[in-house]
Design a protein around this ligand. Structure first.
Ligand SMILES: C[S@@+](CC[C@H](N)C(=O)[O-])C[C@H]1O[C@@H](n2cnc3c(N)ncnc32)[C@H](O)[C@@H]1O
Length: 333
């Protein structure tokens, strides 16, 4: 039976785990730093087994997160009412909005909120931009930014207009603009990404327009860039949404309709990791079929070189250069 049980510094990790496994939610009434230690100890008791399919791994991961999220701490108007608790007011305001009274928050989530706030302040240096990007909570952070090198290095097609579809922090729109494209329009369907992109572009003094919409803004462009979420599986949380694309819907919709948004002779740059293929979630042939059924032809491909040794072994991120088959066959005679 589901029960809320108050625990404190005297509760061992083994007992806490037993209580959670019996269906209890644990309210912490002790020292904040000790709560962090308890959470870490719970995490050590819940290893995710290696091997198995992507879906097996994800099931284990989801269960692990469910257990860890059962340890809750009290927040009143964005202040943690516990001994040795940090000041989380700004971090909570960024993630949850204005203070809204009392609530119990999973400690694991709160630590994520604090981490996101620190990353937002510190920013991420992106070599391809020669500048820092400041991600907001739940917006895709370019901590591994090799894909940005691809956008910085690829030869530009002729023309003066570009769309960055699914702009996140605004990074690729900034790179396109700094490369000299005069009119850049960046879109996203996540309001947090829109606010984040506007802030970054303003800070970088980049004159790009940011539009909240599903996929494309009105009009056509000479270059359309898209770095869609890479994993074709259902997002489990709001934090997953920048990385997970249920059944590859965004990718499919993008490829099916992008041709209608291109100026004649325009080019599409699709940035995609082969992670989905490595996880057995999509085959290369399916991607090539999607290009064909969208009336697109591959005119080139560049692969990123991982800078970090810890980059997932062998995972390759590519920039696919695509053009409308109608145009390619016209210029080909
Ligand atoms: C992998 S992130 C890429 C972010 C950024 N372009 C970059 O390269 O750092 C994918 C982005 O696509 C956005 N997105 C997902 N579905 C979308 C849709 N239907 N329309 C517009 N944006 C979408 C997500 O909110 C997310 O910001």
């Amino acid at each position: 039976m589901h029960q809320v049980i108050t625990i404190d510094d005297s509760t061992s990790a083994d007992r806490a785990l037993r209580l959670i496994r019996r269906g209890s939610t644990l309210h912490w009434d002790g020292d904040f730093q000790n709560a962090k230690q308890l959470l870490a100890a719970l995490g050590r008791r819940l290893p995710v087994p290696s091997g198995g399919t992507f879906h097996d791994q994800r099931r284990h991961q989801t269960e692990r997160v469910r257990v860890l999220n059962s340890l809750l701490v009290p927040i009143i108007n964005h202040q943690v009412r516990l001994r040795r608790a940090p000041d989380v007011r700004q971090a909570c305001a960024e993630a949850y909005g204005p203070p809204d009274g009392e609530r119990w928050v999973p400690l694991r989530e709160l630590l994520g909120v604090i981490g996101a706030h620190q990353l937002r302040i510190r920013g991420v240096h992106v070599p391809a931009l020669g500048d820092r990007i400041h991600p907001h909570y739940s917006v895709f952070a370019p901590t591994r930014s090799e894909y940005a090198d691809l956008v910085a290095d690829c030869p530009l097609p002729p023309g003066t207009t570009a769309f960055d579809i699914g702009t996140g922090t605004g990074l690729l729109a900034a790179i396109l603009s700094r490369r000299g494209i005069r009119q850049v329009v960046a879109t996203d369907n996540n309001p947090r990404a829109i606010a984040c992109a506007r802030e970054n572009l303003q800070r970088l003094k980049v004159n790009a327009k940011v539009v909240e919409t599903d996929l494309f803004p009105p009009g056509r462009a000479d270059l359309i860039v898209c770095n869609p979420p890479w994993i074709p599986a259902a997002p489990a949380t709001v934090l997953d949404q920048a990385v997970y694309d249920q059944d590859g819907r965004m990718l499919r919709a993008f490829l099916n309709t992008v041709r209608e948004h291109l100026e004649p002779g325009g080019e599409v740059w699709l940035i995609l990791s082969d992670l989905a293929e490595r996880l057995g979630l999509r085959e290369r042939g399916e991607l090539l079929r999607m290009f064909r059924s969208g009336g697109l032809q591959v005119t080139g491909r560049a692969d990123a070189v991982p800078r970090h040794r810890r980059a997932r072994e062998g995972q390759t991120t590519s920039l696919w250069r695509l053009r409308s088959t109608a145009f390619v066959s016209t210029i080909g005679g």
